[in-house]
Design a protein around this ligand. Structure first.
Ligand SMILES: O=C(O)C(=O)C[C@]1(C(=O)O)C=C[C@@H](O)C=C1
Length: 276
């Protein structure tokens, strides 16, 4: 792919930046944004051809802000990329671990390193992005402050690593999704992401999931989110194996569409599996 523009959240050195560079080749133009929703806006307005956003982490789970954006806006998932996320504690040169009282990072990264932060009695403060927190620590030049982020973020901001691989679990993988205004069907697509709500009656979810079971379609993920405007009602994000062109998959989609108050195909794309 050449001459394409991709929007990502954060600044160089963020994990989104890393995932973008792994998924696309190096001939892309990139646009960086402050918020996850800015990535949607950049693609929706045509400023970018694609967007990339974190979707799920193997230890802390879904990045729910992105789930809600997918449900409420009209972009499609056209690909995914998993990367191994190794978090490091970094500070300005000359400081030491016993001097650190405050650590900045994205809330997801703070959660992924909660044990280290608790054990060292450091106060966590969320920022919009891991690499943004590294910039902040460099700007403040205060030996009591640290950031949690990638090796690249440390390098780009001339910070020293005080402690490496501080995530709670060494197997820490984050899945990023690639977003586009068009669905981009592909015969190689083997994963389908769906969003739907069910009527509030006994067996409604059981019935919906039964459509997949009867067609022998393998379920990969089921996540429920509050259906915002109706307290204690839920909507579902479901990933399954399959291609929309497969008649069995098409039959299930037809049934879901007919019987769900809300139904949306979020995307049909090639799965990326990363073993570490
Ligand atoms: O891309 C980054 O650096 C981010 O700060 C975001 C984010 C996320 O929201 O999941 C990305 C990967 C890691 O899981 C931690 C943080």
């Amino acid at each position: 792919m050449t001459n394409i523009t991709v929007a990502y959240q954060g600044v160089p050195g963020s994990y989104s930046y890393q995932a973008m560079n792994e998924y696309f080749d190096d001939k892309i133009n990139s646009i960086n944004t402050m918020l996850f929703s800015d990535v949607f806006e950049s693609v929706e307005s045509g400023e970018s051809d694609f967007g990339i956003l974190p979707f799920e982490n193997s230890t802390t789970g879904g990045v729910y802000e992105v789930f809600d954006l997918l449900a409420n806006r009209d972009l499609f998932i056209v690909g995914e990329r998993c990367i191994e996320v190794k978090h490091h504690l970094m500070c300005i040169p000359g400081s030491s671990l016993d001097r650190i009282h405050t650590v900045y990072s994205h809330q997801q990264a703070l959660d992924q390193c909660s044990r280290f932060i608790r054990d060292h009695k450091i106060t966590p403060i969320p920022t919009t992005n891991t690499a943004v927190s590294a910039q902040l620590v460099r700007e403040k030049q205060d030996p009591g402050l640290a950031s949690i982020g990638s090796l690249l973020a440390a390098k780009l901001n001339e910070l020293d690593i005080l402690s490496d691989n501080i995530n709670n679990y060494s197997n820490n993988i984050t899945k990023f999704i690639i977003l586009s205004k068009t669905r981009m069907p592909s015969e190689n697509a083997n994963k389908l992401s769906l969003f739907f709500t069910t009527p509030h009656k006994p067996g409604a979810l059981y019935t919906a999931l039964g459509y997949f079971a009867r067609e022998n379609i393998n379920l990969l993920k089921l996540i429920s989110r509050p259906a915002k405007n109706t307290p204690w009602a839920y909507s579902y994000f479901v990933d399954v194996e399959g291609n929309m062109e497969d008649p069995a998959v098409a039959r299930v989609l037809e049934l879901l569409k007919k019987n769900s108050p809300q139904f949306k195909i979020l995307g049909n794309y090639v799965a990326h599996n990363l073993e570490v």
